[in-house]
Design a protein around this ligand. Structure first.
Ligand code: NAP
Length: 278
């Protein structure tokens, strides 16, 4: 069979992988757009990862998403790294190029911004100071997109302060670190508030932060999407803030990979959101 007539294959690599929602997102779009292609979850051991990534294109794979625990490691395997993946220090979208090279990109920040743009149509990163809770991998992508979007200041608090300090050193003086126990103080005058910790996720403790100083004009978003309405979002909504849940980020971050691999730009729709909640 000639290379051109091959049915394009894509997938998601992680370990474990059974929990991943990416196959459902991609299969929804493949069906909706009538694209002939397949998307498969792959649980690959770390010792086999580099060989697998070099071999997958020979099997007809055009690209793969990467999830925990390989998002940082794959930057070492890639031949080309996008600016945003380099800034964030990890990749979630690998494209196998025609010349055999691997191109690594990180679309988490794109997904974050697009989710807010759709969920709160008047929102802009540059509206005012951003308050970010958490300093893990997701927080890095969030901070990078606030900087790219022109936020005047990014206030950051993390349980382990040294990780927040490290991000401050990396991202520069726009980032101001606050003590975790006084995180409520950083909400005064904030235009956007982001929970980028795993607090609030099913099975974890809730994110409890006093919202007294928060303006009713602020937009509050949670990266956690299970449950869809976290206690933080519920509280913020009850005081009149606009809230945006984390599911849209997951959906929007998948758009660039789908378009690159299957040649059509998919749309994040209400039916897709509903399909993810079943
Ligand atoms: P990560 O790198 O493991 O970072 C976890 C973060 O949560 C750290 O800041 C950590 O603080 C904090 N944390 C964990 N347990 C805590 C506790 N008991 N009290 C206070 N802080 C706690 O994870 P990640 O990749 O950044 O992901 C963070 C969250 O975002 C997860 O819930 C993930 O599912 C979600 N996420 C969502 C999307 C989406 O598309 N919606 C995308 C990426 C991530 P320490 O540094 O002190 O440990």
């Amino acid at each position: 069979m000639s290379e051109l007539k091959r049915i394009p294959l894509a997938g998601v690599i992680g370990s474990p992988i059974a929990h991943s929602k990416s196959p459902r997102i991609f299969r929804h779009w493949l069906t909706e757009l009538g694209v002939i292609g397949h998307y498969v979850p792959m649980d690959i051991a770390s010792v086999d990862l580099n060989d697998a990534l070099r071999y997958l294109p020979k099997l007809g794979f055009v690209g793969v998403n990467i999830t925990i625990p390989y998002k940082e490691h794959v930057l070492n395997v890639a031949d080309q790294v996008s600016d945003r993946a380099a800034v964030v220090g990890s990749a979630n979208t690998l494209t196998f190029l025609a010349d055999g090279k691997i191109y690594a990109d990180n679309t988490d920040g794109y997904g974050f911004t697009e989710n807010l743009r759709h969920g709160a149509p008047n929102w802009k990163a540059s509206d005012g100071p951003a308050a970010v809770l958490g300093a893990g991998g997701a927080a890095r992508a969030v901070i990078a997109s606030f900087i790219e979007g022109g936020a005047p200041e990014i206030r950051l608090a993390n349980r382990t302060r040294s990780r927040a300090n490290a991000l401050q050193r990396e991202f520069g003086t726009k980032v101001k670190v606050f003590d975790w126990v006084q995180a409520g103080n950083m909400l005064e005058g904030a235009a956007t508030v982001v929970n980028a910790t795993s607090l609030g996720m099913v099975g974890n403790a809730e994110m409890r932060i006093p919202l007294d100083g928060l303006s009713r004009d602020a937009v509050v978003t949670d990266l956690v999407y299970a449950p869809l309405e976290t206690a933080l979002l519920e509280h913020a909504k009850s005081i009149g803030c606009q809230t945006v849940d984390g599911l849209g980020m997951l959906l929007h971050q998948a758009v660039p990979g789908f378009e690159r691999w299957f040649g059509m730009r998919p749309v994040v729709t209400e039916p897709l959101r509903s399909a993810m909640l079943i």
